[in-house]
Write a protein that binds this ligand. Structure first.
Ligand SMILES: Nc1nc2c(c(=O)[nH]1)N[C@H]1C(S)=C(S)[C@@H](COP(=O)(O)O)O[C@H]1N2
Ligand SMILES: [Mo]
Length: 423
């Protein structure tokens, strides 16, 4: 098993020499003396005609060469695509923002098409004046922008039993990270004269057939919840709750009610289907853990990974991945090449935002030997992402949701990666 090494200065110098010789990049460092490449030294086809005009793509889509960067579902997971999930292609993305077009979708009764003109949000219950807001009403309140991750509690759930799905898209792709524009929920509550004592709750429900109702403690509602209508600068896509969804930062995706229709202030949790028989963790003895809202710190290597094999030989290699925590910022990410025996601290793409995805990189030199690749996240509270066995000890074998264990990829000497478990 190979221990991760830092790239030496010489390795980089060799790398840049290869670039000067017209090869594909530093990866060619190991390939000795490449001949000049005809694609750069001879006349290229695409210089001999003009390109697409600005009138051809009024709304741009990815170039066809990127057509495999798409959401995918796993057919055997659910009985019907109406109550199902598809997964974000994490292996193919970089940075932290998830484009809406490939951000995972999870619906209980399909995505509905709701016009802004027909949209209404009612706030009732323990309020001075029950109110109904139109979309335009919501736009007249002071709004804010925040980047947050949204992770389904079932993300990585299939992996409790053993290494199952061969790709980070499927093991970890029930997450997306967008910049939301929305009105702080507390402002709408204040408008309705809602009672906001700490012992109160609100019950939020959607306009779709499932309604996906969830009870949210008042302290969270008035802290950082947003009534959002834009994501990454543009209108929410239908599948993410157009025209308005609830954003519940750091908390399980199920609480992020889409097509938000009604908020009732109540003095006790409703204990709806979604917060009792679903999205609840049952321990070994059959007792259910009540309320698991916050998504604990977690990380995963997105490249190399089963869908992102290493296509170059030994030499400089970038290991990259994502880390996040529902408790705040990511403080540090460590990467191991030997299944968790030795660790090195990764470099963060930029200082992480609170409750948002953080990109990490480890710039290393691969010696061509097999590796057991792992990442572990440490958040600002000091919490360290646990190994799979440790999590199983605590939660038992009945667990489905809230799996934030350390993931292992076995990278073989051909550069192919596979989902495995180490203990
Ligand atoms: N109204 C409504 N809201 C909903 C759901 C739903 O089916 N209906 N699914 C929930 C679940 S389980 C998750 S994980 C997130 C997924 O959000 P996304 O589809 O934007 O990824 O939305 C939540 N909000
Ligand atoms: Mo979910």
């Amino acid at each position: 098993m190979s221990v991760i090494k830092q790239p030496s200065r010489r390795a980089f110098l060799r790398g840049s020499a290869a670039v000067a010789a017209g090869a594909a990049g530093p990866v060619a460092a190991a390939d000795s003396a490449r001949r000049p490449d005809p694609l750069i030294t001879e006349l290229q086809d695409w210089t001999s005609y003009t390109g697409a005009g600005v009138d051809e793509t009024p709304y741009g889509l990815p170039i066809p060469f990127e057509s495999d960067v798409i959401r995918r579902n796993v057919e055997w997971l659910t009985a019907s695509p109406i109550a199902s999930v598809n997964f974000t292609p994490l292996h193919a993305l970089d940075g932290t923002i998830t484009p809406q077009g490939c951000a995972f979708e999870r619906h209980h009764s399909g995505a509905i098409m709701l016009r802004k003109e027909d949209y209404r949000l009612m706030i009732n219950g323990l309020v001075d004046r029950p109110l109904v807001f139109t979309y335009e009403d919501i736009e007249r309140f002071p709004r804010e922008n925040h980047v947050y991750f949204c992770e389904c509690a079932a993300n990585t759930g299939m992996e409790w039993a053993g290494a199952q799905l061969n790709g980070v898209q499927f093991t970890h792709g029930m997450i997306h990270n967008m910049e939301y524009t929305g009105v702080p929920l507390r402002l709408l509550l204040r408008e309705a004269g809602a009672r906001t004592d700490d012992n109160l709750w609100l019950y939020a429900e959607g306009a779709d057939a499932s309604s996906n109702g969830r009870s949210i403690p008042m302290a969270k509602a008035v802290d950082d919840c947003l009534v959002a209508f834009k994501a990454n600068g543009e209108a929410l896509r239908m599948e993410h709750g157009y025209p308005v969804r609830l954003v519940v930062p750091g908390w399980e995706g199920n609480m992020w009610v889409k097509w938000l229709r009604r908020i009732e202030i109540v003095d006790t949790a409703v204990e709806s289907r979604e917060e009792t028989s679903k999205y609840t963790d049952v321990y070994e003895d059959g007792i259910a853990r009540k309320w698991t809202w916050v998504m604990d710190a977690k990380s995963v290597i997105t490249s190399p990974s089963p869908q992102r094999p290493v296509r170059h030989g030994p030499g400089p290699m970038v290991i990259s991945g994502l880390a996040w925590s529902g408790h705040g910022r990511i403080a540090r990410v460590d990467v191991s090449g030997d299944g968790g025996i030795t660790w090195q601290t990764a470099r963060l793409g930029k200082q992480g935002d609170t409750k948002a995805l953080t990109r990490f990189y480890l710039d290393t030199v691969w010696d061509g030997a097999p590796m057991l690749l792992q990442a572990r996240a440490i958040d600002e509270t000091g919490y360290v992402q646990p190994a799979k066995d440790r999590l199983r000890e605590k939660r038992g074998k009945n667990a489905v949701y809230h799996n934030n264990c350390i993931q292992t990829w076995y990278l073989n000497s051909d550069g192919l990666a596979e989902n495995v478990e180490v203990s």
